[in-house]
Design a protein. Structure first.
Length: 271
C-alpha cells in the first residue's frame, strides 16, 4: 500500500476520528464494552454488524440503535468456529458491501484457586478469550485482504495481560497476555497491507463480569478498595471511559499506530 498521511496539516483534526459510513463488526456486542462500542460507533455514523449468543439483548440493542437512525445487522452467534466467524464477516459484507472495522469485545473469566480449577475452566477461558478473537481476526483479515487491504482491528486485553493477580486468575491473565501477542503478531503480519491491529487494556469497569466488585460488603468490597488504592485517578471505570480510545483506534487518527496495547486504566499500571 502506498503511504498516505491521515492529516494534511491544515484541516480540522477532528475529521480524523470520522467513522461515518464505515462498516463495523462488533463481536460480543451484548456485553458492557460491546454495547458501548456499538453505541459509540453508531453515534459516529458507522454501519453496524453486532454479534453475541444472547439474541434478546442483541435485538434490544439493535432496536434502540435503529430508532436513532443507525444501520444495524445482527448475527446471534459467538466466534466458536471458522463457520461462526465467517458468517459474521459475511453478514457485514453482504449488508454493506465491505468491512472496515472489527472490534472483539467478547470475553470470559473463571476465577478459582489454581489447585482447584477444573481443566474445563481453563479451556473455556482460552476458547473465549484467545481462540474466539483469533477466529474473528482471521475471518476479518481475509475480508480486508479481499478488499485490497486496509482495515482496523481492536481487541480487548486487560491490565491482567501484564500483571498477575493472586485471586484465582491463572487462566484469565495468560489469556489476556495471549491477546496482547495476537495483536502484535497480526500487526506485523498485516502491516504491509495497511491493516492496523491494536488492543485496549482496561482496568476494572462496570459489567456483568465485575458486578461482584461493586458489592457494598464482602470480598468484592475488599477487592475494590485494594484496586482503588492503586488507581491514581481514584475510581473504577465505566464502559463509556473507553469510547475515546476506541474511536481513536478504529479511525484514521490511528493510521500510524499498530501492534500496541493501550492501557486505559486510570493509571493502574503507571506505578
Ligand atoms: N469488565 C472489566 O472490568 C474488564 C476489565 C479488563 C478487560 N475486560 C475485557 O473486556 C471485554 C469485555 O468485557 P465486559 O466486561 O464488557 O464483558 P461482559 O459484559 O461480561 O460481556 C461479555 C461478552 O462476551 C460474550 N461471551 C460470554 N461468554 C462467552 C464465551 N464463552 N465465548 C464467547 N463470547 C462470550 C458475551 O456475549 P454472549 O453471551 O451474548 O455470547 C458478551 O458479549 C472482555 O474481553 C473482558 O475480558 C473487562
Amino acid at each position: 500500500m502506498s503511504a498516505q498521511l491521515a492529516w494534511d496539516g491544515v484541516s480540522h483534526p477532528s475529521a480524523l476520528f470520522d467513522v461515518s459510513g464505515r462498516s463495523a463488526l462488533v463481536v460480543g456486542a451484548t456485553g458492557a464494552f460491546g454495547q458501548m462500542a456499538a453505541r459509540a460507533l453508531a453515534a459516529g455514523g458507522a454501519r453496524l454488524t453486532l454479534t453475541g449468543a444472547n439474541r434478546e439483548k442483541l435485538e434490544e440493542l439493535a432496536k434502540s440503535l435503529r430508532s436513532r437512525g443507525a444501520a444495524v445487522e445482527v448475527v446471534a452467534r459467538r466466534p466458536e468456529s471458522d463457520d461462526d466467524a465467517g458468517a459474521m464477516v459475511s453478514a457485514a459484507a453482504k449488508a454493506y458491501g465491505r468491512l472496515d472495522i472489527l472490534v472483539v469485545a467478547s470475553g470470559l473469566n473463571k476465577v478459582a484457586p489454581t489447585v482447584e480449577q477444573p481443566v474445563e475452566d481453563w479451556d473455556a477461558v482460552m476458547s473465549a478469550n484467545v481462540k474466539g478473537p483469533w477466529l474473528a481476526c482471521r475471518a476479518a483479515g481475509r475480508q480486508f485482504l479481499r478488499q485490497g487491504g486496509g482495515g482496523k482491528i481492536v481487541l480487548l486485553s486487560s491490565t491482567r495481560g501484564r500483571l498477575g493477580h493472586p485471586a484465582g486468575y491463572a487462566a484469565y491473565c495468560p489469556s489476556k497476555a495471549a491477546v496482547d501477542l495476537l495483536a502484535k503478531t497480526l500487526a506485523t503480519e498485516w502491516g504491509p497491507q495497511g491493516i492496523n491491529v491494536n488492543a485496549i487494556a482496561p482496568t476494572v469497569f462496570r459489567s456483568d463480569l465485575t458486578a461482584w466488585m461493586y458489592a457494598e460488603e464482602g470480598p468484592g468490597a475488599v477487592t475494590r478498595q485494594a484496586m482503588l488504592s492503586r488507581i491514581p485517578l481514584g475510581r473504577l471505570a465505566e464502559p463509556e471511559d473507553f469510547a475515546g480510545a476506541l474511536l481513536y483506534l478504529v479511525s484514521r487518527a490511528s493510521d500510524f499506530c499498530t501492534g500496541q496495547v493501550l492501557y486505559v486504566d486510570g493509571g493502574y499500571t503507571a506505578g
